[in-house]
Design a protein around this ligand. Structure first.
Ligand code: MSP
Length: 512
């Protein structure tokens, strides 16, 4: 089973562009693998315990549970639906299926002697829900990520013996060089672990919005230990061994780079301590930036995913961020850049190609796809190479920008082919050879679009579906979702005789 997870998001606020970025990436990755014909499990959810949520709820005069319920149902789930996220499950950390299993997991570590009671004091950032090392702080004792003052916390807590796992972790990274990606993220973690790990405080006793420590109910479990375990509890850890066996472990944990250490250090150490198999990969994506700062609720200046989808449409939204920003690097959002790509790549290169080809087949062949007299080797060869490249980039390397770049280079190539062949001129030649030539040109273009629909389906499912319908492909080849990536590059699948109709415009002109 190809199992992919997103971080579970804090429900202190509504989702913004940064959250949607990771969730869309995971959706494209998993749709791609489904289209390879693999069994796939895509998990997302919400992180609902801890001080941050508790304080937000208090400030709004409701209980943390009421607050979480409201945000999950009114903000998070509806946005994922709106963005066509095809997750297989949605886990909330306040669900019983989670809380009970988390207690069992922690109890198990306690029984194994991995947890002891101790005291700790240090600067704590509630935004990160993390103790900071004094050396990491900015001037004025500000958290380097949230740029807000940290709090001094002194508590008697339970500790996990994380410090004992440094060597084993380094050996594991060594033996699994692809475990942490991209390379910059891997290097950061290696350096961090090499400097030596401290034991991890895994309980809190100064507030109670969390899962009680099973052997000492004056403490609640540290929100990060609780949260990380969602990846296990959601797929049947401790409750459904058969299911757990089938899905576990995750192939890819997608995370933002700010939460890399939790996933690449603490999480594997917890699993080692418990004796569970470790995940295949932790991939850290970069940040969406605004004015040189990590985009966050406070500096969003009012842009929400829905404002962008209203203007550009859902499919263009899903496309834009993955195409414009190399996955793993930071990137800025700007209306100008989005508009420019929309117009040149989506509307002109791709949308116009689809409507021109359908229009010409309508005009010259009454909408019936003609048989091709010969095979255009240059186009067919370019298609096969494109499929191989996109499959490796998107499916294996999570290089969405590279994969989409390859697909759109092919779209450009087909445009170039039409400009060169000038079918509108060939159409004036009514001789048998002229008709045969025209048939070859238009068949070649339509067959190319057939493949493009398959390749773009994971990224822009609505648009790909429209194109599939306009090519009359379903009747002969079946549902678009059933098309396999491996077959996309085989030339000549769309049969002569398919009913081609000029469908609606794929990417309408933007309103100014
Ligand atoms: N609840 C934890 C994750 C627990 S996972 C076991 C958390 N939640 S969060 O809501 O604060 O952030 C979730 C994810 O959103 C993180 O991966 C974070 O990197 C990502 N992003 C938040 N702002 C972002 C950008 N501006 N750009 C890209 N991703 C961003 O951390």
């Amino acid at each position: 089973m190809f199992y992919v997870s997103t971080p579970i998001y804090y429900v202190n606020d509504a989702p913004h562009l940064g959250h949607a970025y990771t969730t869309v990436a995971g959706d494209v990755l998993t749709r791609w693998h489904r289209q390879r014909g693999e069994q796939v499990w895509y998990l997302t959810g919400t992180d609902e315990h801890g001080q941050k949520i508790m304080r937000t709820a208090e400030a709004n005069g409701v209980t943390p549970q009421e607050w979480s319920d409201k945000l999950v149902e009114e903000a998070w789930k509806p946005l994922w639906q709106h963005l066509e996220i095809a997750n297989d499950d949605f886990i909330r950390t306040t669900e019983k299926r989670h809380t009970e299993r988390v207690q069992e997991f922690v109890q198990d570590l306690y029984d194994k002697g991995e947890i002891y009671k101790g005291g700790y004091e240090g600067p704590y950032c509630v935004g990160c829900e993390e103790f900071k090392t004094p050396g990491d702080l900015l001037e004025g004792d500000l958290c380097p990520i949230h740029k807000r003052p940290v709090e001094w916390l002194r508590e008697d807590n339970y500790f996990f013996k994380l410090s004992e796992y440094g060597e084993r972790l380094l050996e594991f990274y060594e033996a699994n060089p692809d475990f942490i990606q991209p390379a910059s993220a891997r290097n950061e973690v290696l350096q961090f672990v090499r400097t030596g790990l401290q034991d991890l405080s895994i309980s809190r006793s100064t507030f109670d919005w969390g899962i009680p420590i099973p052997w000492d109910d004056k403490h609640v479990i540290y929100v990060w230990v609780d949260a990380l375990l969602n990846y296990a509890t959601a797929v049947g850890y401790g409750s459904d061994p058969e299911r757990f066996e089938r899905i576990w472990p995750a192939d890819v944990h997608l995370v933002g780079k700010d939460i890399l250490r939790f996933h690449a250090v603490i999480w594997p150490a917890m699993l080692m301590a418990n004796g569970l198999p470790l995940p295949g990969k932790v991939f850290a994506n970069g940040w969406l930036m605004v004015g040189g700062e990590k985009m966050s609720k406070s500096n969003l200046t009012g842009i929400s995913p829905r404002q962008l989808t209203e203007h550009f449409g859902v499919d263009a939204y899903r496309y834009y961020f993955l195409r414009a920003i190399p996955f793993g690097q930071d990137g800025s959002f700007s209306w100008e850049d989005f508009s420019a790509r929309y117009t040149s790549e989506l509307a002109n290169d791709f949308g116009n190609l689809a409507s021109r080809v359908a229009a010409m087949i309508g005009k010259y062949f009454d909408g019936e796809l003609p048989a091709s007299a010969e095979r255009e080797e240059a186009v067919a060869g370019a298609l096969a190479a494109t499929v191989a490249k996109a499959d490796r980039a998107i499916g294996d390397e999570l290089d969405f920008a590279g994969g989409l770049g390859a697909i759109f280079d092919f779209v450009k190539l087909v445009n170039g082919y039409l400009s060169e062949q000038e079918p509108w001129k060939v159409a004036k030649d009514t001789s048998e050879e002229g008709r045969a030539r025209l048939a070859t040109i238009l068949y070649t273009a339509a067959e190319s679009l057939r493949a493009v629909a398959v390749l773009l389906n994971p990224v822009m499912p609505g648009t790909a579906e429209k194109l599939w319908a306009s090519l009359g492909a379903e009747e002969h080849l079946g549902a678009l979702a059933e098309q396999r990536v491996a077959e996309a590059g085989q030339w000549g699948r769309l049969p002569a005789g398919a009913r081609v109709v000029k469908g609606e415009i794929l990417f309408p002109r933007l309103e100014s």
